[in-house]
Design a protein around this ligand. Sequence first.
Ligand SMILES: Cc1cc2nc3c(=O)[nH]c(=O)nc-3n(C[C@H](O)[C@H](O)[C@H](O)COP(=O)(O)OP(=O)(O)OC[C@H]3O[C@@H](n4cnc5c(N)ncnc54)[C@H](O)[C@@H]3O)c2cc1C
Length: 355
Amino acid sequence: MSTPYWPRPTDGYPGLLPERADVLVIGGGITGTSLMHHLRARGMDGVLVERAHIAAGASGRNAGFLLAGVADSYAEAVLSYGRARAREIWGMTLLNHAAMIEAVAGQPVGHRRLGSAILASGEEEAESLAESAQLLSEDGFQATWDGQTLVNPLDGEVDPAAVVGALARQTPRGAIREGVNVTAIEAHANEVLVHSDGAECRAGCVILATNAYTPQLLPQVEIQPRRAQMLASAPNPGRLCDHPTYSHFGYRYWRQLPTGEVLIGGWRDTAYEAEVGYDQRPTDAIQAHLDAQLKRMGAEAKVTHRWAGTMGFTESGLPLVGPVDGLPNVYLCAGFNGHGMGFAFISAKTLIDSL
Ligand SMILES: Cc1cc2nc3c(=O)[nH]c(=O)nc-3n(C[C@H](O)[C@H](O)[C@H](O)COP(=O)(O)OP(=O)(O)OC[C@H]3O[C@@H](n4cnc5c(N)ncnc54)[C@H](O)[C@@H]3O)c2cc1C
């Protein structure tokens, strides 16, 4: 069993690599479909190519948490990036949430904005969360801390594959082409040559929205592929948690859908060195931890889905958004450090605005 809980978007987008494109976007996840949204908003033409189907990557395999900020707590972000930058990032991710939901224009994507709960796993995390609540309120953001749980009331949740499907549905006919595997990119002064299994495209510019998979095309880009695993249960008769819940410094997370299904993910900190690469099969070792959490929560429902996906991590903990060094007209919007649902839509806008 290696099937994500989220159904694959129903619309199909068969097609071929175009011979020419003003802008060629590679990758049909939340980033690629967000880039297409912003291109269209700017009146620019683009073609998106995806080697499998839209939402086949991490975007159709994640927990659907819409959290403000980076993966680290706000206090840690202040230490890493400075107060002003941490504040800017928090504001940017709040904007990402609102703008992405506005962009799907009322299509059903399972959006709820009931807040998130971040549970302290011990004293060290409690100190960091208490300080985060203090810093957040000083910086004008809403957060409450009760000695054990930090609640961010503006956080929320979605069905991530449905968001990708909703953004894709708004693109002009023929602008998304599934089943096109890009094998190489050659940047020249005036155009970028893109190769795919014998076909060739001459593009004005190319944007890689390939997150964890980026080093497969451009090995010089420093993005580490790190796996994450999840399970989902059948609808559970009782309510077991009210908010998307995050704990152990973000390494463990769970939520319950309004229809009762429980989704649990994480525990890669228990097999940190093994949970790397692109294999989408779940492992017994991690799944046993997820099963144990389902039991601790008091769930009666059986597990229906188990799966894994691959996230892209950067050295700085921040996404890489902008031109690729040494490759004229090739851009990158990737490296979301396990928080692409919270970052990608607004990162894509930043990139398109910079073209
Ligand atoms: C289990 C799990 C739970 C997570 N939970 C959350 C969460 O709750 N909240 C959150 O914000 N984030 C979460 N994430 C992270 C989030 O899923 C990612 O950050 C986000 O989906 C990245 O989106 P993307 O579009 O950049 O990449 P992807 O969705 O991975 O899309 C990249 C696409 O590029 C395509 N591609 C790659 N190479 C090529 C090529 N050569 N030619 C053509 N196409 C190519 C792939 O097929 C893929 O569809 C989680 C991730 C996982 C795995």
